[in-house]
Design a protein around this ligand. Structure first.
Ligand SMILES: Cc1ncc(COP(=O)(O)O)c(C=O)c1O
Length: 389
């Protein structure tokens, strides 16, 4: 089928919630994607921080193939080894409590909100501006963006979004707060690490009022920032983290991971999901976790991220560079980020993304090679020159 035919089917049959780039990808391997004409593209986006280990990582593919031919689904009415083993690995590698599995980032936020309110009945949820937590109702209610929320009012009651400052949080967190949910590095918000003092204050205020500090690691977790979990580079240990995106090595799985205090807050019958933690996605996640939780790989993520930020700062038309590890964002002096992204895809064959009119986001594979980084920088420079930078 040609691209034109795909576009015709889309306009006839697909609810139009996405604005897609005019390219059909048919194959991926490592840092590279191929379109239907056999043209190769360097993928610096990873399906928005999902294919962190590159496309079709052999360990993940092997795990999925084997499990798909053995047992795909039985529901959570029964035991399967992959889910139990994955839960144990996730808690050992992070907060030491317990895990609730789900299928996406938004669902992991829903679970975090239910957990926090189960622990503190009818409590409020405080979030900070610039954060993005997903599109389902509680996740959308936690995402304090008027243009995303307004068409879908009324939202879930009890959510407050304030500026990412100590003063604003101080005014919002109180005895009735059940949870404070913060994305430690705001991804959709333009790759903005939340200042240490804001996180430290949130931790202290949550302790004072018996509220849960939840860090949303859906985008920043699973090695993306150069540690397995993003909170490891902050001054706080949260009560729970949410993860999804890269957790399944390319397959859809999410998880809420608690620390010890909230491990037993949810009780039998309180929450559930038919597909969650199924054997195929859990085996994929175990393989992805084994490959990612490697000190050498994680140290290299930090170093490559530094190199990218340093070199991008010297490219034409770039006004500011931000990020942590291989979460990289940069602003354009003259704006036009969506146009740059389209031109970079078409002319330079690199996959990048805009989070707004000013800001370009890179989420390259954690396994990107030094040669691929050099290629990425050359092509980015050419795209910026073409952009009038
Ligand atoms: C930080 C963060 N939280 C939650 C979500 C929602 O995840 P999903 O799209 O899997 O529902 C996203 C998605 O971009 C995200 O970046």
């Amino acid at each position: 089928m040609s691209l034109a035919e795909l576009q015709r089917l889309e306009s006839q049959s697909v609810i139009g919630t996405y604005v897609r780039q005019p390219v059909e990808f048919v194959r991926g391997e490592g840092s590279w994607l191929w379109d239907a004409d056999g043209e190769s593209y360097l993928d610096l986006l990873c399906g928005i921080s999902v294919t962190n280990l590159g496309h079709c990582h052999p360990r993940v593919v092997e795990a999925v193939r084997e499990q798909a031919g053995t047992l795909m689904h039985v529901s959570n009415l029964f035991y399967t080894e992959p889910a139990m083993e994955l839960a144990a690995r996730l808690t050992e590698s992070s907060l030491g409590g317990k895990v609730f599995f789900c299928n996406s980032g938004a669902e992991s936020i829903e679970a975090a909100v239910k957990l926090s309110r189960r622990a503190k009945a009818a409590g409020g949820v405080v979030t900070i501006s610039g954060g993005f937590h997903g599109r389902t109702y509680a996740a959308l209610s936690a995402t304090g963006q008027e243009e995303k929320q307004a068409p879908f009012a009324p939202l879930v009651p009890g959510f407050t979004t304030v500026a990412p400052t100590v003063e604003a949080l101080g005014g919002a967190i109180g005895p009735d707060t059940a949870a404070v949910i913060i994305e430690p590095v705001q991804g959709e918000g333009g790759i903005r690490p939340v200042p240490d003092e804001v996180l430290a204050f949130a931790r202290q205020a949550c302790d004072e009022h018996g509220a849960a500090l939840v860090l949303d690691e859906v985008q920043a977790g699973m090695g993306r920032t150069g540690t397995l979990w993003a909170y490891e580079q902050t001054p706080v240990v949260p009560d729970a983290i949410t993860t999804a995106k890269a957790l399944g090595g390319g397959l859809p799985i999410g998880a809420l991971i608690t620390g010890p205090r909230l491990a037993d807050a949810l009780r039998p019958g309180d929450h559930g999901s038919t597909f969650a933690g199924g054997p195929v996605v859990a085996r994929a996640a175990l393989a992805a976790l084994e490959v990612t939780d490697d000190p050498e790989l994680l140290a290299r993520v930090g170093a490559v991220g530094e190199r990218l930020r340093e070199e991008i700062a010297g490219l034409p038309g770039v006004s500011e560079v931000r990020g942590r590890g291989l979460m990289v964002g940069f602003d354009l002096e003259t704006g036009g980020a969506p146009e740059l992204v389209g031109a970079a895809l078409g002319a330079q064959k690199i996959v990048i993304n805009a989070t707004g009119p000013q800001t370009v986001r890179l989420l390259p594979p954690l396994t990107i090679t030094d040669d691929e980084v050099a290629t990425a920088l050359e092509r980015l420079a050419a795209a910026l020159e073409g952009h009038g930078g």
